[in-house]
Design a protein around this ligand. Structure first.
Ligand SMILES: Nc1nc2c(ncn2[C@@H]2O[C@H](COP(=O)(O)OP(=O)(O)OP(=O)(O)O)[C@@H](O)[C@H]2O)c(=O)[nH]1
Length: 323
């Protein structure tokens, strides 16, 4: 678990190769198109993507049927779930238990792991308490991300605050990306399984899709590197709504294709990055936030359908294709 852009996929790409036995991954993307499935690629590990909502609320039934299908098809030793960053961990636990109880799938919830971007702890705890703190309070093991972007003093203050939110979890304060494999395996082994002492389940709150919105662009123009950089700087400005996460795969005009990541920076580090994709894929962009100005974002990210509506009919035809 972990809020939007906290580092869940980064963690899984480190952890999954260490696993023996049969593993299946469920990727839940809040936005209207999947992307993380492409970013988690490990030989012999099937990835099932469920997108356009949260598996703990609007997609609860899809999630249960996915669990059933996976159990029947793969007979896995474990299913790793990467929930949408806009979901609540307590609801994911409920959804897993329901899949077991109501659908007769034999499963046990074990490791509850949350990644926390330590630079955004204060802001997100204030703004998105119900979602954000639930992910922290129900975790048994917490990894921090962006640990090097705070001073030692800032990090100490934030870590103490985190321990107040959840005094029981094991907290790894270093950079998990640099952990030795054996140390990571040992830490996860040491972490108490959920089934050994269930948490109190939190009360119902507004579903995530009443708080967060998303824009999916599947037909963007190719860009230059400078244009992409300009867009990722511009998106922080007023007029687009509160963009909490943007990511995508886009073709650059020089023929390269890049995967970009944007998360708003709390402490001055570059809020965006990109790297080449391994193999050609279709352009697609996902933006998640609160009160998003969808049209302005589509124009900014060069959605062809918005910029060139040749005629009312042409526009309609293109929009249908996009949907
Ligand atoms: N500087 C820094 N970057 C990090 C760290 N952890 C992750 N990142 C980067 O942050 C970006 C987002 O990381 P992801 O692993 O995709 O985050 P996520 O939680 O899966 O994001 P969602 O797609 O919103 O679910 C990527 O560019 C990562 O390389 C960290 O500790 N420090």
């Amino acid at each position: 678990m972990g809020f939007l852009g906290a580092g869940k996929t980064t963690f899984l790409n480190k952890y999954i190769p260490l696993l023996g036995g049969r593993t299946v991954v469920i990727e839940n993307e809040f936005g209207e198109t999947g992307l993380d499935g492409e970013l988690i690629r490990h030989e012999g590990i099937p990835v099932r993507e469920i997108y356009a909502g949260c598996i703990c609320c609007s997609l609860a039934l899809d999630f249960r049927s996915a669990i059933g299908e996976i159990a029947e098809t793969f007979h896995p030793d474990r299913i790793i779930i990467e929930p949408s960053g806009a979901g609540r961990l307590s609801d994911i636990i409920k959804a897993c238990n329901k899949a077991g109880e109501k659908d007769g799938v034999s499963l046990k919830v074990t490791k509850l792991i949350t990644i926390v971007d330590i630079t955004t702890l204060d802001e997100y705890a204030d703004c998105f308490g119900a979602f954000y703190l639930d992910q922290i309070r129900h975790a048994r093991l917490i990894f921090l991300s962006h640990v090097h972007e705070l001073t030692a003093e800032e990090k100490r203050t934030q870590t103490e605050c985190l321990k107040e939110f959840n005094p029981h979890a094991i907290l790894y304060e270093g950079d998990f990306r640099k952990m030795e494999d054996e140390a990571l395996e040992e830490l996860i082994r040491m972490t108490e399984d959920y089934g050994d002492s269930p948490n109190e389940i939190a009360a119902d709150v507004l579903p995530a899709d009443r708080v967060f919105t998303s824009v999916a662009i599947k037909n963007s123009e190719d860009m230059t590197e400078e244009e992409l950089e300009g867009i990722l700087k511009e998106v922080k400005k007023e007029g687009y709504g509160k963009v909490l996460r943007a990511k995508g795969i886009v073709s650059l005009k020089d023929g390269r294709q890049v995967h970009f990541d944007y998360t708003p920076s709390a402490s001055g580090y570059e809020p965006y990055s990109w790297k080449g994709t391994g193999h050609p894929q279709k352009n697609r962009i996902i933006i998640i936030g609160c009160g998003l100005n969808k049209r302005a974002l589509r124009v900014l990210f060069k959605n062809r359908d918005i910029k060139y509506p040749a005629s009312a009919d042409g526009c309609k035809r293109k929009m249908t294709r996009e949907e």
